[in-house]
Design a protein around this ligand. Structure first.
Ligand code: C5P
Length: 224
């Protein structure tokens, strides 16, 4: 099916403790951002809108040099605002479906894209997720105050897929004070149904300096 993609890359990326925002740091031979752009183009995206910070234009152009069907938009102060900028840019020539992806997740397995897109045949939105393996504790002031039933919880990743008209309308209608951390929350707020498909360990988000040091996540060796 024909689909477009939005990659949000307008965050400060400062938790990674690098000299430049983490999405532009070289990782496995290429800037972090370039990996997911290439994977989404290979998976069949007909164009990719990348939301970037206003002061990162040179870094973003350099990171995507030589790639076609890419356009940049200025991101906003929040992830949600950055996604909204990307959606408005696509709305000039609306695709049927859109995948929305975090630049901080360089690896995008083709199988995940396929699972997300095929779920869109029956749902307005579809997200990849993985089960939790750790105990999930509630905490307060360094003390455990309770626990969650992890069997009812999932770790949500990107790329998240949506029927374009529905996610555009949901973003335009967003009126909540809370800051959503993904677009599934935005769609659900408008009453849309979100299917969950199997995610991948390879979709892990690069967040901290130690994530960059690892050559082949998620396999960890040594005592760390
Ligand atoms: O901070 P976090 O890792 O949750 O950000 C998720 C994604 O959203 C990152 O790829 C980041 O660049 C992007 N983002 C954005 N605009 C913002 C904040 C975050 O595009 N204002």
């Amino acid at each position: 099916p024909r689909f477009a993609a939005i990659i949000v890359a307008a965050g400060s990326g400062t938790r990674a403790g690098q000299a430049i925002p983490k999405q532009y740091v070289r990782w496995r031979g290429k800037p972090v951002l370039r990996h997911s752009v290439e994977h989404l183009l290979e998976a069949g995206a007909d164009r990719i809108v990348i939301a970037i910070a206003p002061d990162a234009k040179d870094l973003a152009r350099e990171a995507t040099a030589g790639l076609e069907n890419i356009m940049f938009v200025e991101g906003g102060a929040t992830r949600r605002a950055s996604v909204a900028s990307g959606l408005e840019a696509l709305a000039l020539d609306p695709p049927e479906a859109v995948l929305i992806h975090d630049a901080a997740r360089p690896c995008v397995p083709l199988a995940v894209v396929e699972r997300v897109l095929s779920a869109l045949e029956h749902h307005a939105g579809a997200i990849p997720a993985l089960p939790l393996v750790d105990t999930i504790a509630r905490t307060q002031n360094g003390v455990m105050t309770g626990q969650e039933d992890r069997s009812t919880l999932a770790r949500v990743q990107t790329p998240q897929g949506f029927r374009f008209a529905e996610i555009l309308a949901a973003h335009r209608a967003w009126d909540s004070e809370t800051q959503p951390t993904d677009d599934a929350q935005v769609l659900r707020h408008s009453g849309g149904e979100v299917a969950i498909v199997e995610g991948s360990q390879r979709l892990a988000k690069l967040t901290f300096a130690e994530d960059f040091a690892m050559q082949a996540p998620p396999v960890r060796t040594g005592t760390g």
